[in-house]
Ligand binder design. Structure first.
Ligand SMILES: Cc1cc2nc3c(=O)[nH]c(=O)nc-3n(C[C@H](O)[C@H](O)[C@H](O)COP(=O)(O)OP(=O)(O)OC[C@H]3O[C@@H](n4cnc5c(N)ncnc54)[C@H](O)[C@@H]3O)c2cc1C
Length: 457
């Protein structure tokens, strides 16, 4: 595969229009740097198709020339999968943001077909207008796209209730590496006719095909919501509360956590007041719990949370104000420095041990670096962000991911492997599994033009 093409850009301009082939370095820059600013590369051009046909023609053109293609949606990914760096340096960045198809909601099926470039917030508003809702939500909602979310099998704050992206995707339309198009947008919930190509493309991080549209399942829009923020004295107690909530409360939408001094970091960086009227221990675990349903929240929810200092809200603006303490973490950390981001998951029984030992693990390889822990505690997913360590030194990433593997966890809960984690894939995937991955990749992309360096180092 070639990645420094000196491409005959006029051909691409004829496919997508001259204004959609970006070669100017200043214009390209935003597509070449990831959200964290840790990963940067260089594209030969950024190409922005508007239709599936244009996407297929661009991919076929690159395929004929053996040119590497890096698909990109909203560029909010956190594992350097959508930026042309490493083995993809000099590739064509294929920006799918202009694929803005958004069909009317199908009320009989409670489904909708959305183009790859539709931002999550637009999809949510579209579903909301018909009394339905989309089952995945995450803080990057204004920018993350349907295509990127399908490609990463995005998780987010409602996995507890609705599952990750995979559970919402009924079918996809996609372009394979040779430019051929496959489409499963009929919305058939049951369809046992051979291999599940849709399932294969979900979470494939742009290595097997370019998602151009998805048929998505919608869920009922629940009118009543309660958000409670509570401060709990210890990690073990917070885990116990989470377990009790899960086993006794119907209608839990989210159980999120901010550990250590994360709450004060968010307050400081984003200029927010303390959410609690009572004084709270700096080291407390702050849990954000959201319930959604019809009518009053169950008594069990209030029983479990009653012993702790809390702040609660039911109205949208007040709920959003409480969510800001959790959703503001990524932004607050980015203001402190360029972070190393690790997104790991452990079985509930190993979480406390991990949370306790990870700061020491980091200190042993990156003295003086600061660990910030937060995440989706309801499904065992902890985001370990580290500031104050050299950007290009990944010894701390190595140490943390090895600790996760030793404790039987996964080195990526929801962000994917991308380029950033590819060298550690073997820690939690066996040689047999990786051989099967490679066989699938070779079958669908024999020349390896789609996202080189992602998944396979
Ligand atoms: C503040 C913040 C909060 C976040 N919270 C969460 C969270 O709670 N849960 C979570 O899972 N993630 C989260 N993320 C990560 C990110 O938002 C998700 O990974 C999201 O799915 C990426 O979508 P995107 O459109 O930005 O994709 P991009 O970043 O553009 O791309 C991501 C990957 O998908 C590939 N890709 C993109 N579009 C396509 C396509 N159409 N076809 C094929 N491949 C494609 C890219 O090559 C890349 O490998 C967060 C990010 C930020 C910045």
């Amino acid at each position: 595969v070639r990645s420094s093409p000196t491409p005959e850009l006029g051909d691409l301009a004829r496919i997508v229009g001259p204004s959609n082939v970006l070669t100017d370095a200043d214009v390209r820059a935003g597509y070449e740097t990831d959200w964290t600013r840790r990963f940067r590369g260089c594209a030969s051009a950024v190409v922005r198709p508007t239709t599936t046909e244009q996407t297929a023609a661009v991919v076929a053109w690159c395929s004929e020339r053996g040119l590497a293609v890096v698909p990109q949606g909203g560029n909010t990914g956190l594992v350097a999968g959508g930026v042309p760096c490493g083995l993809s340096e000099g590739a064509v960045v294929l920006s799918l943001q202009r694929l803005q198809r958004l069909d009317a909601v199908d009320p009989l099926a409670a489904q909708v077909t959305a183009g790859a470039g539709v931002p999550l917030a637009v999809l949510q508003a579209h579903a909301g207008a018909t009394g339905l809702d989309f089952g995945v939500d995450l803080a990057a909602r204004d920018t993350a796209t349907v295509g990127g979310m399908v490609a990463t099998n995005a998780g987010g704050v409602r996995v507890l209730r609705h599952g990750a992206m995979r559970a919402q995707v009924v079918g996809v339309e996609a372009v394979f590496a040779d430019g051929s198009v496959v489409s499963r947008l009929q919305g058939l919930v049951k369809d046992n006719t051979g291999y599940d190509l849709t399932g294969l493309l979900v979470g494939s991080e742009g290595t097997l095909g370019i998602v151009t549209a998805a048929r998505l399942r919608l869920v009922p829009r629940l009118p009543d919501r309660l958000v409670v923020l509570v401060a709990i004295g210890s990690v073990e107690e917070a885990l116990g509360v989470t377990a009790r909530l899960r086993s006794s409360v119907d209608g839990l939408d989210a159980v999120e956590a901010v550990f250590g001094d994360g709450l004060s970091l968010v307050q400081r960086q984003l200029g927010l007041p303390s959410p609690f009227t009572a004084s709270v221990d700096e080291a407390a675990v702050v849990l954000l719990v959201e319930w959604a349903g019809r009518g009053e929240p169950p008594a069990a929810l209030l029983d479990v949370l009653d012993p702790y200092p809390s702040a609660a809200a039911t109205e949208p603006a007040a709920r959003a104000a409480l969510w800001a303490y959790r959703e503001g973490m990524a932004d607050a950390i980015a203001r402190v420095g360029i972070p190393h981001k690790l997104d790991v998951t452990l079985a509930p029984g190993r979480l406390a041990e991990f949370i306790r030992s990870v700061p020491d693990t980091i200190e042993s390889v990156a003295p003086g670096a600061k660990a910030h822990l937060f995440g989706h505690l309801g499904d065992g997913n902890i985001h370990v962000n580290v500031t104050g360590a050299p950007v290009d030194d990944d010894s701390l990433d190595d140490a943390v991911l090895r600790l996760v593997a030793e404790l039987g966890g996964s080195i990526s809960a929801e962000h994917g492997i991308g380029r950033a984690k590819a060298r550690w894939l073997h820690l939690t995937r066996s040689p047999e599994e990786i051989r099967a991955f490679r066989a699938i990749k070779t079958a669908l992309d024999p020349n390896g033009i789609l996202n080189p360096g992602v998944l396979f180092a």
